[in-house]
Design a protein around this ligand. Structure first.
Ligand code: SF4
Length: 258
């Protein structure tokens, strides 16, 4: 969960867990829901669902409880969530599946199939470290939009987790999306400790030629690591300078959150 998504896991639909439900969907652990968003799916009205757990523990994460202790957040029964989405289908275009990291949840493909049966568009928010899952979802045509959060230069990903991170997997995700026939974006939150001109250049080499790279302002409140709550965000001018560098690598760069 990137800075800016905080506070939305405790969504508008809270249903006690324990109903039997569709066994094919039992693997999915949905921890949060927001019925309507105008901000999270470009040019669409969408509902948001949040899965629990993540394969990173970024010190700037805005939902540490969901990442570190997903078992403490009750599951929202998927059948009842789908029924709620059907009721909303007249005024939402699709669903954004976010996290945590949705691609580590084994129930994700079955859930997306259910969304597609209901003719809902699907946007996936991911950190891009499970290209095997993304490839499968693309092959099944279960995705309409993918947003990949690129945190820093690949060589610095070990700073985002206690265990070694195979950041080479990011290149495979970039390759898959370049070749896929769907809309996508890459996003980077410009955190002073992780993203300088040097890291923009290294990420730019990875992203060279992609259609859209969004640079986001860092909002330090609620960062998982208290020390990261003290970081001073970049000025608008510095973000603009980073964007100028980024534009030498990709077709379009946008700045968000300032
Ligand atoms: S990838 Fe990082 S910021 Fe996103 S949910 Fe996981 S720990 Fe949080």
């Amino acid at each position: 969960m990137e800075p800016g998504q905080e506070g939305r896991v405790q969504g508008s639909l809270r249903i006690p867990s324990g109903s039997g439900g569709n066994k094919a969907l039992n693997g999915l652990r949905i921890k949060g829901f927001q019925g309507t968003s105008l901000l999270d799916y470009p040019a669409r009205i969408a509902a948001l669902v949040f899965t629990g757990g993540c394969n990173l523990t970024c010190p700037f994460c805005h939902n540490g409880a969901l990442v570190l202790h997903p078992e403490d957040c009750p599951d929202i029964p998927v059948d009842e969530l789908l029924a709620d989405l059907e009721q909303r289908s007249g005024f939402i275009d699709g669903v954004v599946v976010s996290g945590g990291e949705p691609t580590i949840d084994t129930g994700l493909p079955a859930f997306l199939r259910e969304l597609k049966k209901r003719r809902l568009l699907v946007k996936l928010d991911t950190n891009g470290l499970r290209p095997d899952v993304i490839r499968r979802l693309l092959d099944e045509q279960l995705l309409d939009y993918v947003a990949v959060d690129l945190k820093t230069a690949p060589e610095r990903y070990d700073e985002l987790h206690p265990a070694t991170v195979n950041s080479a997997l990011l290149a495979e995700t970039v390759r898959l999306l370049r070749q896929a026939d769907l809309a996508y974006e890459f996003r980077t939150t410009c955190i002073p400790r992780l993203v300088t001109t040097r890291e923009i250049r290294m990420m730019g080499e990875l992203l060279r030629g992609v259609s859209l790279w969004i640079l986001q302002q860092y909002h330090p409140q609620h960062a998982l690591d208290p020390a990261w709550q003290q970081l001073e965000p970049y000025s608008r001018q510095h973000l603009t300078e980073l964007a100028t560098t980024a534009r030498t690598y990709v077709r379009q760069v946008q700045i968000r959150g300032v």
